[in-house]
Design a protein around this ligand. Structure first.
Ligand code: GDD
Ligand code: MN
Length: 359
């Protein structure tokens, strides 16, 4: 079996020479290519890797000048790889290269995806802070809920695929962040998965690039891969913004009455208008930030359509609520159902009129 081992690197100049030496010993009898994908690291990891490649003919190095990111680096490596098996491993010596021998055995026994796991027999973690343990625990539970197939370590950055699994799914993979395995697992529902235990070692040189941004990207991806197929994340944001409307309406009602001593009907009118305006701007800059309206003209036009749609929504809300009340629903439930149906209507019209265009 010809194996392509992809190793993403960012500022790992001290680790790479040790890792390549270890791989050359462990995989001495294996037909292989090793592809280091470096994102133009300031510490010149790419240069050190290139020097090594004169000593190890199976070592290839890509230096990416304009892209950054672990998952996208892995995909770039996959794209130029030639092996029958595509494996991924961190460069910081935290993954145990000896486990690769068991990866190969698993493929020989019919596996199509092999995942290096800290949580099966033979697996473990050398030394982790309580905080890191907790993040990993939560992330794993979320992944188990979201994924069609349950595996013990879905966050693993140490895994391998048969080439055809990659080829079939490569165009659907979201290249943001760290969760490249998750992207494949969510799609490769019928492939045979095998887990191989290994001990995740502590980092000695360099530092981790796992940031809070990476964690947010992870949560977003889990959503998109599960419920997001049925309810777009944008709709959840829209409903959330809609519910903040009540808070803005209440605050402005209070201000109108107690500070400006306006009449009740005037105060109500102003507070409704105020909540429509805050809704519009929150939606424009958050919910629909990828196709937000910019410039006075577009914003004014958007405000007009948004108002008309809100009015339509309010009428639908009221009509449904009144109908449900005649069917013996309580007024609160009737109103809530009316509100929800109106929200769906509002949303659909808004994405087709106010914020139409590609997301
Ligand atoms: N090319 C490239 N570009 N490589 C990167 C980038 C990047 O932007 N960011 C990180 N890497 C490389 C690192 O140099 C390292 O070889 C590997 O990706 C993992 O990065 P770390 O920053 O060391 O990640 P970690 O140890 O915190 O996280 C590991 O464990 C997680 C599970 O807890 C990774 O294996 C994750 O994939 C895994 O989810
Ligand atoms: Mn690491």
């Amino acid at each position: 079996m010809f194996i392509s081992l992809i190793i993403p690197t960012y500022n790992e100049s001290k680790n790479v020479p040790i890792l390549i030496q270890r791989i050359s010993e462990t995989l001495s009898d294996v037909k292989k290519e090793v592809i280091i994908v470096d994102d133009n690291s300031p510490d010149k990891t790419w240069e050190i890797a290139r020097e090594l490649s004169s000593e190890y003919p199976w070592l290839r190095v890509i230096r990416r000048m304009n892209d950054r990111g672990l998952s996208s680096a892995v995909l770039a490596g996959f794209e130029i790889s030639e092996g029958e098996i595509l494996a991924v491993m961190d460069s910081d010596l935290q993954h145990d290269e000896k486990a690769l021998i068991n990866f190969i055995k698993a493929f020989e026994n019919g596996a199509e995806i092999v995942v290096g796991s800290r949580k099966v027999k033979g697996g473990g973690i050398e030394d982790w802070s309580k905080g890191r343990m907790f993040i990993s625990w939560v992330a794993t539970i979320l992944a188990k809920i979201a994924l069609p197939k349950s595996i013990s370590d879905p966050m693993s950055g140490f895994f391998a695929l048969k080439r055809n699994v990659y080829v079939i799914h490569k165009n659907e993979i979201n290249p943001k962040g760290f969760k490249i395995l998750l992207e494949f697992l969510a799609r490769a529902k019928n492939n045979k998965i095998e887990e191989v235990g290994y001990t995740f070692k502590s980092r000695i040189h360099g530092e981790s690039k796992l940031s809070s941004k990476v964690i947010l990207q992870y949560i977003h991806a889990l959503y998109e891969l599960s419920i997001g197929q049925f309810i777009p994340a944008q709709f959840i944001k829209y409903v959330f913004v809609g519910s903040t409307g009540l808070i803005f309406a209440t605050i402005s009602l209070f201000i109108c009455q107690y500070f400006f001593h306006l009449s009740q009907s005037k105060s109500l009118a102003i507070s409704i208008e105020f909540s429509i305006l805050t809704n519009f701007f929150l939606n424009n800059y958050w919910t629909f930030k990828y196709n937000k309206l910019v410039g006075i003209k577009k914003i004014l036009r958007g405000l007009i359509t948004f108002h008309a749609i809100c009015l339509g929504g309010a009428l639908i809300n009221q009509a449904i609520a009144l109908k449900l009340i005649t069917l013996d629903f309580t007024v609160y439930l009737a109103n809530a159902l009316g509100y929800f149906i109106a929200a769906i209507w509002n949303y659909i019209i808004n994405i087709n009129i106010t914020w139409k265009g590609k997301a």
